[in-house]
Ligand binder design. Structure first.
Ligand code: MN
Length: 253
């Protein structure tokens, strides 16, 4: 039976509860030591298990105007992301080896032989992270994260230029990432489609994403048409560096 979005949200119990609205809070409450990876820190988005649910945005569809338009946000969140979740849940039913695994375990186990899980688990994680690291109030990195950016990527401006350049060069659909590697160093990478740097069987450069920028046409085409570069310039006005900085601080601990 198909659920409409209201039922979906009602069943998931996230309407009005603020669940997943505060990644910082989630980090504190969901931090776990049970992990197969070297890092003790687990991104709270990766701890989700069972029937996967649509996280609330935490701001209105229009909140990122004029940089990202309300209609793009609505379609992106309510149609595209919902579709990834629906197909992920269906895919898991058809592939029992992925049942009862956390999202983090699923991403760490996908291969090219599991395309449906790969695409839709990636789609779910990547978009959940994307909503969490966007926000209306422009800010800049500071503290430990800024120190790491200066140390590993030259400067804030050099990092921005490298992210824009990498994002512009993605052929077709994909994501550009700011990541932390196993030595806690920052690096920038790109992945095709809905892959991400947590898919250790598939990516050249493994790492934990601090944030990703969606460079699929559906992320920008209504406002920017074919001008991905303009979208990549605009998005730096709506990155929530408080959330990104907190992810970095939590990851170091
Ligand atoms: Mn997208």
């Amino acid at each position: 039976m198909m659920m409409n979005k209201r039922d979906f949200l009602k069943i998931s119990g996230i309407v009005g509860t603020g669940f997943l609205l505060s990644p910082q809070m989630a980090c504190k409450t969901l931090k776990s030591t049970a992990t197969s990876s070297a890092a003790a820190w687990i991104d709270p988005l990766l701890s989700a298990k069972g029937e996967f649910m649509l996280p609330a945005l935490g701001y209105t569809f229009a909140a990122l105007e004029p940089h990202i338009d309300a209609m793009t946000m609505e379609i992106h969140h309510d149609k595209h992301h919902v579709a990834y979740i629906k197909k992920l849940n269906e895919g898991i039913k058809a592939a029992p080896s992925f049942a009862d695994k956390t999202l983090g375990e699923i991403l760490a186990n996908v291969t090219k032989d599991s395309p449906a899980i790969r695409n839709n688990a990636g789609g779910h994680y990547n978009h959940s992270l994307f909503w969490a690291i966007l926000g209306a109030n422009a800010s800049k990195p500071e503290g430990k994260l800024l120190e790491a950016i200066n140390r590993d990527l030259g400067s804030y401006q050099q990092m921005v230029d490298a992210l824009k350049d990498t994002g512009t060069k993605v052929f077709g659909s994909g994501w550009v990432w700011l990541c932390v590697d196993a030595d806690k160093k920052l690096f920038i990478s790109a992945t095709p489609n809905q892959d991400n740097p947590l898919m250790v069987n598939l990516v050249e450069k493994k790492g934990t994403p601090l944030f990703g920028i969606d460079v699929w046409e559906h992320a920008y085409y209504l406002k920017y048409t074919n001008e991905r570069k303009k979208y990549l310039e605009a998005i730096f006005n709506v990155l929530n560096w408080k959330v990104i900085g907190q992810r970095y601080t939590d990851l170091l601990s």
